[in-house]
Write a protein that binds this ligand. Structure first.
Ligand SMILES: [Zn+2]
Ligand SMILES: [Zn+2]
Ligand SMILES: [Zn+2]
Length: 225
């Protein structure tokens, strides 16, 4: 049987099952021809929501890096510029912080995309079915993420015995002020910090900044808090 593979109409290269793809005019293209394995929007959103404070290893540098230290779109090691996309993706699908339902759905989306690429486009009808399944999987994932955001999962992280909970708030249209709750159960202390003079366009950005800022605070003044 002629198992002709999908060729990206933009760069003319054969699409591999590990590449991130989009549907265009009934066919498949790379999401980004320059970086075929680039993380999808859903994967980036999940990482941003759950994994900013998690680490991935850079083998070249024999070190591990927080996700917030990597470029948001490129996921390169800041020191040696190695592309850590594959490690970041492996982390995502293995991360225990993701709610089980979301992780299952995210995996289903990834699997559906891989099946889609492996499906020869000679088998047109079957490919169409798989495409529809892949799209349904993405829609289901988005819905699960949306409802769990509304159910406000507490995005607490632990750092040197302190619990950090970002609570950034909207000041006016599309401007978010970083706010964070820092508490220690052991010492029975709670602090709320608002980082004045900095605003961000999204809650995620403001929260990420607030978390990072409070870690520096704990590093520098932890014992005096
Ligand atoms: Zn391409
Ligand atoms: Zn994680
Ligand atoms: Zn490195």
């Amino acid at each position: 049987m002629d198992q002709q593979k999908w060729t990206c109409p933009q760069c003319s290269r054969v699409i591999s099952p590990d590449d991130s793809v989009v549907r265009r005019r009934g066919g498949l293209s790379h999401l980004d021809c320059q970086r075929p394995r680039v993380l999808t929007a859903e994967e980036r959103l999940l990482l941003f929501t759950y994994c900013q404070d998690h680490r991935v290893a850079c083998i070249t540098c024999s070190t591990s890096l927080y996700l917030y230290e990597l470029g948001r779109h490129t996921h390169r090691c800041p020191w040696c510029r190695s592309d850590l996309t594959d490690s970041v993706r492996d982390h995502l699908y293995d991360c225990a912080t993701l709610p089980e339902k979301i992780r299952r759905r995210a995996k289903a989306v990834r699997e559906a995309a891989r099946t889609l690429v492996k499906q020869s486009h000679q088998l047109r009808d079957k490919a169409d079915v798989v495409m529809r399944e892949a799209e349904a999987a993405v829609a289901a994932l988005r819905e699960t993420m949306h409802s769990s955001r509304n159910g406000s999962p507490r995005r607490e992280t632990e750092y040197k015995g302190w619990r950090i909970e970002p609570q950034s708030y909207e000041t006016d249209r599309a401007r978010w002020c970083p706010k964070v709750l820092v508490r220690s159960a052991e010492r029975g202390t709670v602090h709320t910090h608002i980082v004045l003079g900095r605003v961000f366009r999204t809650k995620q950005d403001a929260d990420a900044y607030a978390s990072k800022w409070s870690k520096e605070l704990i590093d520098n003044h932890g014992s005096a808090l």
